[in-house]
Design a protein. Structure first.
Length: 185
């Protein structure tokens, strides 16, 4: 079983947690539920005609929790990268170790910058198509990598993409999280 820390509990972080937990790995989401989605009235998220942001967020949190993700109401204060993965320090001074980290800090990627992750020419954190940062095992997703072009559905897609990349690496082969309805009769 792999372990993935997700820093940030907006649409990006929760979407990543959904895929990791649903596929049987440990997904721990850190955040204080201060996501920008609380200010939105969502009418541009495919499959949802219109929903207030706080309602969307409450449904998302419940869905992810039901799949086994741990939602921890605290902030991460620092991250140290080592040979055995990543050590996250929390507000109360305790620390936890993880194999992978997905940073979904929103518009102020403080931890990403403190880690010295490579930046793109526009000053955002540089990532590849799977949202891998310049540090192996660490991903950066959502508003942190698209500060001026941020949409909830884009952050959620980025979380899914990073999670599928981690699941594929853990499985040693490409993973697609596909389900089908049970056959009738
Ligand atoms: C007024 C307003 C209206 C909007 N309307 C729409 C809309 O109609 N449609 C739409 O698609 N989008 C809308 N948006 C944008 C939408 O809210 C964002 O695109 C979306 O929230 C980005 O998701 P994210 O997960 O990337 O980041 P965020 O939602 O910003 O989440 C980041 C989270 O990380 C947490 N965090 C940061 N650092 C730490 C740390 N060290 N430890 C723990 N947690 C941490 C933050 O507290 C926050 O909860 C709107 C935004 C605003 C402000």
């Amino acid at each position: 079983m792999g372990s993935v820390a997700i820093v940030g509990d907006g649409p990006g972080g929760l979407s990543a947690a959904l895929f990791i937990a649903k596929n049987g790995h440990r997904a721990v989401v850190y955040g204080d539920d201060k996501t920008a989605i609380h200010f939105a009235l969502l009418s541009n998220y495919l499959g949802i005609t219109e929903v207030p942001g706080p309602e969307f967020q409450a449904d998302a949190r419940a869905q992810v929790k039901a799949l086994g993700a741990e939602l921890i109401a605290t902030r991460v204060t620092s991250i140290a990268a080592g040979d055995e993965g990543f050590a996250l320090e929390l507000e109360d001074g305790s620390s936890e170790r993880f194999d992978y980290v997905i940073l979904s800090e929103g518009r102020s990627p403080v931890l990403a910058r403190a880690l010295g992750l490579a930046e793109a020419p526009d000053g955002s954190i540089a990532v590849d198509a799977d949202f891998r940062s310049s540090l192996r095992g660490m991903y950066v997703i959502g508003r942190s990598v698209r500060p001026k072009r941020s949409q909830a559905i884009i952050s959620a897609g980025a979380g899914a993409t990073a999670a599928i990349d981690i699941l594929s690496e853990l499985a040693g082969e490409d993973v697609q999280d596909w389900d089908s309805p049970p056959k009738e009769g």
